[in-house]
Write a protein that binds this ligand. Structure first.
Ligand code: RFL
Ligand code: PHB
Length: 401
């Protein structure tokens, strides 16, 4: 058994773990990051595309924002399409100038991985059987296995804190005794079929579509790469969706102008993701803290998942910095409550936006009519539009305080 010692053991090398590592490094706090997959695997996951201002600021603070500012696309609004017509939500005008950044999660992850490597920070990829121990004491430990020339090697890390950034299927949340944790969950009766294609986007901003055939989303990664999603039944299999069938169905959900603009091409990625609302309370268990998807999941309709992971990490890095520099546990003690307040607001928005835009099998035609009436209200009422806009760009970190 090889034993190492560090201040913070970070489990998970997705955006939450990597960003936390970078912010701690900037503050002179030692951390070892343990990821169960390979770097290539981590980079192959196509996920989020939209960053709020809070997330952009944090990437700047971590010193990894340069490429995002060069290559990301700044958007000041998006379209809502229903009853065959498109209406623009002018986020910028409605929120006093706020905008979002369209920059893929893959790129955020790549920038963070490059910075971590350049700084020579300790990172273990392909770690097997990661387990967390004694987080209810002052001396937590993490164990994992690697495969070396002589077979399986056992490792242990002794640390002050464990940061559980290991996503929805991670080991950290699963290691908490059931009596110490409360979980709230809603699973939606459909999924999103996503396609990435090297074709110019159909529109310069995003289009969120409510159609009687189901939800669709036209997003993008650059001026030459598009990302589209279709609401599909959970029983659908991705292998049964040819590229042609995808483009045909997308066309049927668009308005005539968008249909005419749509450029199709071979998909470079295609997958089906289930939709879920999920929150864990609390987010701290002694000396182990959960951050990002490890603690909560939102349906992707409001583009909030990655942004929530970033704001958790902002609070957590601040709490660790206060602990080591100012010798106070105040930030650590407040962590769970501060995060959860923001988490529940984003959960509410994502659930509401999902409910407004998708076809629900049990709601029938009246469900469609009621959604159209609500959309009609939102796009024609300044109060309605502003409510959507201010949630979409992201509420300020100190909202309501
Ligand atoms: P991740 O990215 O899942 O990373 C967790 C990492 O932990 C590793 N891991 C372990 N490592 C060690 N030991 C173990 N036992 C481990 N178990 C797991 C995993 O391999 C992984 O590398 O979580 P993180 O860092 O919290 O980041 C969260 C985001 O990835 C997620 O919230 C977003 O992708 C959600 N999301 C979106 N968020 C947005 O803000 N804007 C969007 O536009 C947006 N669109 C989306 C999305 C998610 C989607 N899918 C597929 C779920 C669109 C989609 C389709
Ligand atoms: C994406 O581009 O992947 C994306 C954009 C907006 C969303 C969800 C996903 O609401």
């Amino acid at each position: 058994m090889q034993i190492q010692r560090t201040q913070v053991a970070i489990i998970g090398g997705g955006p939450a773990g990597l960003l936390l590592g970078q912010l701690l490094h900037k503050a002179g706090i030692e951390a070892i990051l343990i990821e169960r997959q390979s770097p290539d695997y981590v980079l192959s996951r196509i996920r989020a595309g939209v960053l709020e201002q809070v997330s952009m600021d944090l990437l700047d603070e971590a010193g990894v924002g340069a490429r995002m500012h060069r290559e990301g696309l700044v958007h000041g609004g998006f379209d809502m399409l229903f009853k065959g017509e498109r209406h623009r939500i002018d986020m910028q005008a409605l929120t006093g100038g706020q905008q979002v950044m369209v920059y893929g999660q893959t790129e955020v992850t790549r920038d963070l991985m490059d910075a971590r490597q350049a700084a020579g920070l300790p990172t273990i990829y392909d770690a097997a059987n990661v387990t967390v121990h004694d987080f209810d004491t002052d001396r937590p430990r993490v164990r994992y296995e690697t495969t070396g020339p002589n077979g399986t090697e056992q490792h242990e890390i002794a640390c002050d804190f464990i940061a559980g950034c290991d996503g929805f299927h991670g080991v950290c949340r699963a290691s908490v005794p059931r009596s110490a944790i409360r979980e709230y969950e809603k699973v939606y009766p459909f999924g999103w079929l996503g396609v990435l294609a090297d074709t110019p986007p159909v529109h310069h901003e995003l289009i969120y579509v409510n159609s009687p055939r189901g939800f669709a989303l036209c997003s993008q990664r650059s001026h030459t790469r598009s990302r589209y999603y279709l609401q599909v039944p959970l029983t659908d299999k991705v292998e049964n969706w040819s590229d042609e069938a995808f483009w045909d169905e997308l066309r049927l959900r668009l308005d005539p102008a968008a249909r005419a603009q749509l450029v199709t091409g071979p998909s470079i990625e295609k997958s089906i993701a289930p939709l879920r609302s999920f929150v864990t309370e609390p987010m701290r268990f002694g000396r182990m803290f959960l951050a990002g998807d490890a603690a909560h999941i939102v349906p992707p309709t409001g583009a909030k998942g990655l942004n929530l992971a970033a704001s958790d990490v902002k609070y957590l890095s601040g709490a660790f910095i206060e602990f080591y520099r100012d010798k106070t546990a105040a930030g650590i003690d407040a962590y769970s409550e501060r995060c959860l307040r923001r988490v529940w607001r984003a959960e509410r928005f994502s659930w509401w936006f999902t409910s407004l835009m998708h076809r629900f099998p049990d709601n029938g035609e009246i469900g469609q009519k009621l959604q159209e009436a609500e959309l009609d209200y939102i796009v024609h009422s300044e109060a309605g539009s502003r409510s959507v806009a201010e949630n979409y760009v992201g509420l300020p970190l100190n909202f309501g305080e």
